[in-house]
Design a protein around this ligand. Structure first.
Ligand code: NAD
Length: 518
């Protein structure tokens, strides 16, 4: 309670809907249970992408502050790992309740910093909340195994033990869901954690950490350090950090994978995507077009599971016109407007990049059926808006196909047969997700069997698995071998200790031969 009264200005601003300050508040680090202003000499502006207003300033955490955060996590570990699992679960039980109570504030922070619509921001939080709910059953998830009497009077059992200090590095596109993929699983397994939120939208992470502490997470169990490359490299290099969870681009993800592995850490690295939707002519037209719109343009295309490429097979190509008509009807505006379908993209640089990739498609001979580049949004003229954009006649050699666009751009391709469509998908380097729209069970089954992607949707456009499964991207979309959340997530944040015990009268003879079980 005392801590709450001392909330730094940043948190007070967030909790009073971030309005009143004349100077942007500084985003605090969280070290050893205290929200502290960084002594950093450099800060980065967190910018509202719909208005260009500076929402807050995020510090480039100093080396000493980083060390203090890791040290706090290290100190908190012995007592937290020995805290009964039931107590750790109860913290999560309270945490999920507090997240529910604070949904609206969290969503407003996300929309203000990231730009997505308020409804979509609620979805962002909810998909993370489900992971917290899942962590409430950690005692069962973390159970070991036991084989009695492996030899006379001898039993063997294995325990899943926490690793120690773990770290998480987050992208900008899901400011709540992705931190919640990471630390709730890690800490409920008994680890302590250092979180580095995206420097573009750190607000939700700080609010979630405050709620986690209010729920009873002891000081030092969760720490937050802000920053960019230097902070990330410090995480990779630090000898006290045992495991790194990363979500973001391939450039950063492969760098982190290599650098942290060189220090002997375990890493799970979820990276970029180019998810395809294959449309067969027997699919339900309305349901398919609505699914393509939702998965292509929701969150302004800034989802790792966005369906950014449609492959029309045979006569389904004629549906393109209807797709364009429906896309034109989508409302592009600031995410806080009640009728918004899609908000802005994250930054001016992102907008420039997306526009350049759209132009490259045109230059390479594709047809721009809908061009959202010059949209002006009344009342938000400075925002980084791009309207829904549809490029048709795209071929696999074009840059707009090869690159992850990460904007509200649907790239449309054609295949004369289902086999040709499967071949296009399998030749793509990414393997996050793929969806098929069809009325044929046989085609759906063939797709499921033959597609080399980690998450398949059958008449489902964004098949992000619920937390009792895992998020299972593959090929260039993932590096590591234990995926996020689900059983694999628990395995990632634990190591196995195998115990062999003997309880019988001590044998009288000595044998130096290798013990065997007979
Ligand atoms: P990003 O890689 O630019 O940033 C992610 C994190 O890495 C940030 O915290 C950033 O500070 C850090 N970082 C960036 N460049 C770095 C570098 N050179 N060295 C060290 N650290 C660096 O990603 P983003 O733009 O924030 O997020 C968008 C990307 O994330 C897209 O490619 C998207 O597909 C991917 N993504 C993947 C998943 C998934 O589960 N596969 C989920 C969400 C987003």
């Amino acid at each position: 309670q005392g801590k709450n009264n001392l909330r730094p200005r940043f948190l007070r601003c967030l909790l009073s809907t971030m309005s009143s300050s004349t100077h942007p508040p500084r985003v605090p680090n969280l070290i050893g249970g205290s929200f502290v202003d960084s002594q950093a000499s450099s800060h980065i502006d967190v910018i509202n992408p719909a208005t260009q207003e500076v929402v807050s300033q995020v510090p480039l955490t100093t080396k000493d502050e980083f060390k203090a955060a890791v040290s706090a996590a290290k100190q908190a570990f012995p007592s937290w790992r020995n805290t009964p699992i039931t107590t750790r679960q109860r913290v999560m039980l309270k945490f999920q309740e507090l997240i529910r109570k604070n949904m609206d504030k969290l969503a407003l922070s996300i929309t203000t910093e990231q730009g997505k619509t308020l409804k979509d921001a609620h979805g962002d939080i909810f998909r993370g909340l489900e992971v917290v709910e899942h962590a409430c059953g950690m005692a069962t998830l973390q159970m070991g195994e036991y084989v009695p009497n492996v030899s006379n009077g001898v039993d063997t059992y294995s325990l899943r033990e926490p690793l120690g200090v773990c770290a998480g590095i987050c992208p900008f596109n899901f400011p709540a869901m992705i931190p919640l993929w990471m630390f709730p699983i890690a800490v409920t397994c008994g680890n302590t954690f250092v979180l580095k939120p995206s420097e573009k939208d750190p607000g939700a992470s700080v609010m979630l950490a405050e709620l986690a502490m209010e729920a009873g997470l002891p000081d030092g169990v969760l720490n937050i350090v802000h920053g960019t490359n230097d902070t990330v490299n410090a995480i990779c290099d630090d000898d006290d950090i045992r495991a790194v969870s990363f979500v973001g681009s391939n450039t950063a993800g492969m760098h982190i994978y290599a650098r942290a592995a060189a220090k002997g850490k375990r890493i799970q690295s979820n990276m970029g995507a180019k998810n395809h939707g294959v449309v067969l002519p027997d699919a339900n037209v309305d349901a398919t077009l609505n699914a393509l719109l939702a998965a292509g343009f929701g969150a302004a295309g800034q989802r790792c599971m966005a369906l950014s490429t449609v492959v029309f097979v045979g006569s389904s190509k004629s549906w393109e016109d209807k797709l364009v008509e429906r896309a034109k009807a989508l409302k592009v505006t600031c995410g806080t407007e009640p009728d918004a379908d899609l908000g802005p993209v994250i930054s001016k640089q992102a907008k420039e990049r997306i526009c350049r990739l759209i132009q490259s498609g045109v230059d390479d001979g594709a047809k721009l059926l809908l061009d959202g580049r010059n949209i002006v949004v009344p009342g938000y003229e400075k925002g980084n808006f791009i309207g829904p954009t549809i490029i048709s006649g795209v071929t696999p050699d074009m840059e707009c196909y090869k690159e992850e666009i990460f904007g509200p751009v649907l790239v449309c391709m054609e295949a004369s047969s289902f086999d040709e469509a499967i071949d296009i998908l399998n030749r793509n380097k990414y393997g996050n997700g793929a969806a098929i729209f069809t009325a044929s069970g046989a085609a759906a089954r063939k797709f499921q069997m033959e597609i080399e992607a980690g998450q398949i949707g059958i008449n489902v456009p964004i098949p992000v698995p619920l937390p009792f499964f895992s998020f299972t991207g593959n090929k260039a979309s993932f590096a590591g071998d234990l995926n996020f959340y689900g059983k694999a997530g628990v395995d990632f944040f634990t190591q196995i200790k195998t115990v062999t015990q003997q309880w019988k009268d001590i044998p009288t003879s000595v044998s130096l031969a290798m013990p065997t079980s007979q």
